[in-house]
Design a protein around this ligand. Structure first.
Ligand SMILES: *Cc1c(COP(=O)(O)O)cnc(C)c1O
Length: 428
């Protein structure tokens, strides 16, 4: 396949946009080459500026769980756009989507809508700090909670329990309030609680990690975190920006039967428009302005087009009783197929999967945390990525990303993908 026009467009973009992209992972830095410029998308397929058709395994990093340009979502946006695009005043639509989301997700009484997953996590942490009157938070190495300062933190040197900035512009002062633990390592969490008694406002976690490949929580891990938080008076914050409305109607809370104190959403909840949200039981949510002391706001929060798209998406998911089984079956079929061809071609690999989240790591050791995720063979991944792209299969341009399966994929698409992986893996 040719990507000539994409290359030209990327060169032009580079003159006026830093790195040519509005979000770094789009830039192909991890795999080399130039990004594909999209012209349109429908169902499971992307159509690029060079006229190629690609089978899409990213789906806008998760939102397009029912496929691109899904008719009920598009129709709902078109209907609303004619009535005005933003008012900065309340609309009935906001109450409708809030009520539906609350009915689908366990353990939440109230929800507030924002414009991105980043904003949701940032606001949820402020709320947790205000509610507990404590400053420190615990996060896990390799988990992503958006790009706000408190989360752009990496592990400090061996002896220190606090983190250090992993981007210039994040202050030491902010970094000292974020403590780093290792995913699936309960001891590392217990040690932080012990070393910081009565100081930890919240522990934030992706209940299934999806930003270092897909990493499932070990059996009992989330339950133990729930207990540790309760014992220590800290809030358990599930970042379900990726898992929410994807792993089940009620997200990871429902799948694992665990009650989080605050839950963050993004991606699927906006149906492809910029939406995030955070939710909790009433006593916590009522701590927010205008009735509570914790300030949080947004000119475009609850935007009517975004709410229309999100509401249509949630209605579709809520009324389709087979959707999550179907997604899981398709992903399991893909997993089995990839497993068979990689094994046949003697490639070293590990596949992780939970529901419709799946990732392939080029290493035989189990991938359970950030350390083990980093061990994958990146050179092999680059070849794999470009091999697939050349034959019309688009996966994320980074070895640390989950593939997001969409219901629009047919079994023919999956068979085609497996055949492509077979041919590519012969050359790995
Ligand atoms: C994508 C993501 C975010 C950030 O959401 P944005 O909408 O990109 O700001 C936060 N947390 C998790 C788990 C995510 O996957």
């Amino acid at each position: 396949m040719k990507y000539q026009r994409s290359s030209q467009l990327f060169a032009a973009a580079n003159l006026v946009i830093p790195g040519g992209v509005n979000s770094p992972v789009r830039a192909f830095k991890g795999v080399g080459g130039t990004p594909v410029f999209v012209k349109s998308a429908k169902g499971a397929y992307l159509y690029d500026e060079d006229g190629n058709r690609l089978i899409d395994y990213i789906n806008s990093w998760g939102p397009m769980i029912l496929g691109h340009a899904h008719q009920p979502v598009v129709a709902s946006i078109i209907e609303k756009v004619k009535l005005g695009t933003s008012f900065g005043m309340p609309t009935e639509l906001e109450t409708q989507i809030a009520a539906l989301a609350i009915s689908m997700v366990p353990n939440i009484d109230k929800i507030r809508f924002v414009n991105s997953g980043t904003e949701a996590c940032m606001s949820a942490i402020r709320l947790a700090r205000g509610f507990t009157n404590r400053d420190k938070i615990i996060k896990f190495a390799g988990c992503y909670h958006g790009h706000s300062d408190s989360f752009l933190i990496q592990a400090g040197s061996g002896a220190s329990t606090f983190g250090v900035p992993n981007s210039p512009g994040v202050t030491q002062g902010t970094a000292k309030d974020t403590l780093l633990a290792n995913y699936n390592d309960l001891e590392s969490v217990a040690a932080l609680f012990k070393a910081n008694p009565d100081e930890i406002a919240a522990l934030i976690i992706e209940p299934v990690a999806g930003n270092m490949g897909c990493i499932p929580p070990k059996p009992g891990f989330l339950e133990a975190l729930r207990e540790l938080c309760s014992e220590n008076g800290a809030l358990l914050l599930f970042d379900e920006v990726m898992t929410g409305f994807r792993l089940a109607k009620g997200g990871a809370q429902e799948l694992f039967n665990i009650k989080a104190d605050i839950v963050c959403f993004g991606k699927v909840i906006g149906g492809g428009l910029p939406v995030g949200a955070f939710a909790a039981r009433k006593e916590i949510m009522d701590y927010l302005a205008p009735i509570g002391p914790v300030y949080q706001a947004g000119t475009l929060s609850g935007n009517p087009l975004a709410m229309a798209a999100g509401l249509a998406m949630l209605q579709e998911l809520n009324s389709d009783f087979e959707i999550y089984n179907r997604l899981s079956s398709k992903t399991a079929y893909l997993e089995k197929g990839i497993h068979a061809v990689l094994a046949k071609n003697n490639v070293e690999f590990t596949i992780n999967r939970v529901g419709s989240m799946i990732s392939v790591h080029f290493d035989t050791a189990a991938v359970v945390d950030f350390q083990t995720a980093k061990k994958g063979d990146n050179e092999r991944f680059k070849k794999f990525f470009h091999g697939l792209l050349n034959q019309g299969v688009y996966i994320a341009p980074s070895a640390y990303e989950t593939w997001f399966i969409t219901d629009a994929l047919t079994y023919e698409d999956l068979d085609f993908t497996i055949a492509v992986i077979d041919s590519v893996s012969k050359e790995l």
